[in-house]
Design a protein around this ligand. Structure first.
Ligand code: ZN
Length: 325
């Protein structure tokens, strides 16, 4: 019988390998899009240089009145729309797999706790179908990608880079390079949405399986012990919740173990782990909250749950100034 944490960890490892592959593919597609935009970007960078050489204004307003900007922007909007359709398909397909994996992981965790011989209610993998293509706020993924993400972020990123390059007097070539880098903000956003909405499908289906089991009463929340783990997640590590709610934040990698009457899982605490770390690691995780932590402020005081319009129930670090009140 595998240890409960090993049982769950294997699923997490498999999904993170899947995610690496998926993100590589999404990044490759983005680079192809960038390639198709590159001549428009270069033309705009050249037009600015020509303007500047002629002694004309190259402030933000002047730059976005140029014909080359209009063509570039129109092209970005068209390309982003295409990328969004692609991303929506990929993320929906992954949500299906993450959802089925969530059910399998929950079943495996329950078996690890009660043994293979104990019967419990099993959820049909088809139960995940209705969460595929849906985001955390209940809207279709495509709307989310449009609202939260790609085109506005890509245009804003590119524009910021453009202004900076022009202010610093960079060559058209260097300006074009910076613009392409700025454009990549759209990709960053797409990847965040992918990770967040896919893990959500995984957790939601695990919770559904807990409910279906008839023997899981609650779940325990766990944060990964790593210096990349956010303080809020560590603060909630070990807490017990009802099987119908999970507050997270974008890119959150916390996981759950089922709570079953009469079963005691091996102790595990990321908070004790944090206590054992050296000052450098503690500072990295706690940031500005390090002194408060050292002075005895409980971690529980440093986290709050807010209802975020975009991401749903979201955990947040309590700002230092609210903490010291
Ligand atoms: Zn987390």
């Amino acid at each position: 019988m595998p240890n409960i944490y090993d049982a769950i960890n294997q699923f997490n490892l498999d999904l993170s390998a899947r995610e690496s592959q998926q993100f590589a593919e999404m990044t490759k597609r983005w680079a192809q899009m960038e390639g198709r935009l590159s001549s428009y970007i270069q033309q705009h960078a050249d037009a600015i240089a020509t303007r500047r050489d002629a002694g004309l204004a190259v402030g933000e307003t002047a730059l976005t009145r140029l014909e080359t900007w209009n063509r570039l922007e129109a092209q970005i909007v068209a390309e982003s729309a295409q990328y969004q359709r692609y991303a929506q398909q990929v993320i929906s397909a992954e949500q299906q797999i993450y959802g089925e994996t969530g059910i399998a992981a929950a079943q495996s965790a329950i078996r690890a706790e009660v043994g293979a011989g104990v019967a419990f209610g099993r959820l049909n993998p088809q139960a995940v179908n209705n969460m595929v293509g849906i985001a955390g706020d209940g809207s279709p993924l495509f709307d989310v990608l449009k609202k939260r993400a790609i085109a506005p972020d890509a245009v804003a990123g590119l524009q910021d880079a453009l202004i900076e390059a022009v202010t610093l007097g960079y060559s058209p070539r260097k300006t074009a390079k910076m613009m392409a880098d700025g454009l990549a903000q759209g990709l960053t956003k797409a990847l965040t949405i992918a990770r967040t909405e896919q893990i959500r499908a995984y957790r939601t289906s695990s919770l559904m399986q807990y409910q279906e089991s008839g023997i899981v009463t609650k779940y325990q929340r766990h944060a990964a012990p790593s210096e990349r783990t956010c303080l809020a997640c560590i603060a909630l590590d070990g807490k017990i919740y009802d099987v119908n709610e999970f507050a997270s934040h974008p890119n959150c990698r916390c996981f759950m173990t089922p709570v079953i009457d009469g079963v005691n899982n091996p102790a595990r605490s990321t908070q004790s782990w944090l206590e054992r770390q050296n000052d450098a690691t503690q500072k990295k995780i706690l940031g500005g909250h390090y002194d408060a932590y050292k002075n005895g402020t409980p971690l529980a005081d440093m986290v709050k749950i807010v209802d975020d319009k975009t991401w749903g129930a979201t955990i947040k670090i309590v700002p230092l100034k609210e903490l010291t009140k």
